[in-house]
Design a protein around this ligand. Sequence first.
Ligand code: VGL
Ligand code: ZN
Length: 212
Amino acid sequence: MTIDIRPTDALLVIDLQNDFCPGGALAVSEGDQIVPLVNRLAQQFAHVILTQDWHPTGHISFASTHPGTKPFASIEVPYGPQTLWPDHCIQHSNGAAFHPALDVPHAELILRKGFRREIDSYSAFLENDHFTPTGLAGYLRERGLKRLFLCGLAYDYCVRHSAIGGTALGFECLVVEDATRAVALPGSIEDTNAALAEKNIRRISSADLLTS
Ligand code: VGL
Ligand code: ZN
């Protein structure tokens, strides 16, 4: 079904960065394949916001920070469980840069997240301590932006938690499923589908937004 884009809608492009694409430190299978589609989607929106995973060295989410651990394991940190990752999206590195083919010159905000060494942030709204806001909700409210279409990487981590976090703060969030790709750890896609369904967050297709 076709969804009409309103002046108070925004496209939220999550973490379309080199490290999440093939060849990157935390490569998501086919992560790069969504770039042309994201570019086309962005052309439909007056308002586009990009997020950028932006970690310092020694970040709490890096397995390398915790001797004796391996990437993709889970550990307990002061705010609860935290999945460990390979070092990725280090501030100012090429891996943290947006995919070179991402072409959204009219993007209005680049929101960096995960920049505190002691707290990871999957959600574009709330860091993983479930307490520290990123400021995005205030930005959207001040700008009168109410409905968000989410795309980017990764479906089962930052897209998932951003959609759920935005919904909890009163924004209507829809996930443009074919404009995402997943890390796909065991069960993570199924968990994400269930978590989105529980919050009544719709998964739509880019075809619902692209009329031509
Ligand atoms: C992400 C794992 C670690 C994401 C970021 O963008 O989905 N996943 N950092
Ligand atoms: Zn990260």
